[in-house]
Design a protein around this ligand. Sequence first.
Ligand code: NDP
Length: 452
Amino acid sequence: MSDRDFDLFVIGAGSGGVRAARMAAGFGARVAVAEDRYMGGTCVNVGCVPKKLYVYASEFGKSFEDARGFGWSSSEKAFEWSTLRDNKKTEISRLNSIYRNLLAGVDATVFDGRARIVDPHTIAVGEDQFTTERILIATGGWPYIPEFPGSELAITSNEVFDLETFPQRLLVIGGGYIAVEFSGIFNGLGSKVTQLYRGPLFLRGFDEDVRQHAAKEIPKTGVDLRFNTNVTKLERTNGAILATLTSGDSLEVDAVLVAAGRRPNLEGLGIENTAVHLNEKGFIAVDEHYQTAEPSVFALGDVIGGMELTPVALAEGMALARRLYGDLKREVEYDFIATAVFCQPNIGTVGFTEEEARETFAKITLYKSEFRPMKHTISGRDERTFMKLIVDDASDRVVGVHMMGPDAGEIIQGIAIALKAGATKAVFDATIGIHPTAAEEFVTMREPWSAG
Ligand code: NDP
């Protein structure tokens, strides 16, 4: 123990920061956490959690229609935005309190204010200054809006959850996780959604077949999905927003959501008072132990620009606390991290895309399946599921699994365990399926796919 005020001063009470703080304090470190916005960070307040609640909300509309084929009838459906928004607020407040209590429970000192690094061992919060042995930067990311005429009229994922009035017409710009998820949410809730992606095919970085499948399926849900199109100008017109597009078209909408990626949240942090530097992408540069160029300063989570996912930040926070104050037995492993895009239906993915697998392995075999989910044989909904396995021929290991279909986000988690354990195609084949499910298809794909 040093004679400084704290052993570890964590800046940012998001997923990574809180996990590191709790674990470090649990190991006996004297910990402080500063947060100037909301306990729980992006995930709890303007990310994963409210997003998933809104995804649930958005699925009901279609379920009412699906139910008809099963004999149910219902009176006219009506959706009230304020009910969803306000119930969401209540739930998020509950979670904020849980986060605060978790920190209080391990005797961490919480400062509700913005922390600034004064020097490698001193932090200022408002007028007060504190000394600390180590500093952890876990300030996360912040949505980025590219500059174009009228861009100040656009909103980001920070604002979209709490809109005062429901946008009957929504323009979404971007082709990544956030754009795709919110197009699905607002489309499901009843907005007329137009989504623009600047390139020929959205969801860059995902398996090409999944991207193609999503490009076929999403428009069927009602989203007006336009590729090779961007916005050039936004103007305010009689209570609405007029968007001019690169195609020359114009569009009148009630709100414009820009989801063009996120940047590290570094404003006012004071890293210039240390040797901390940024990597070529503008994120905080760290070594494999999350240590910056300043030996007393560490950083993890979205601010270091790896996979911007809550479970990754949690794992990093846990590993750092164990390394510094406990007993780290296993480093964070970044292979076979499953992710899901909660569009409708979901995309679930783990391991190599076909393109990456072709670069990594001498020879691969593909297994693909596309089918109509059983439920929709009676619901009549025009939706198809896609599944794909990628196998490394040399080892027979399954190295990539990709799916778009109902519950893909749930299904892929179990598959990720199998891949992490090194499961071969022979193991998949020897696994007996659960009938009737969509997931059983993963253990019954026998015939390799061939281009013919
Ligand atoms: P992404 O990086 O996933 O996508 C950004 C999108 O914006 C891309 O389609 C990109 O196009 C496009 N874009 C970038 N700049 C411009 C521009 N100037 N004009 C028009 N389009 C532009 O970012 P998101 O904001 O969607 O999400 C941030 C991160 O948050 C994700 O990468 C993910 O890690 C995480 N996240 C995870 C979720 C989950 O796990 N379900 C949910 C939401 C977020 P291009 O491809 O051409 O560069």
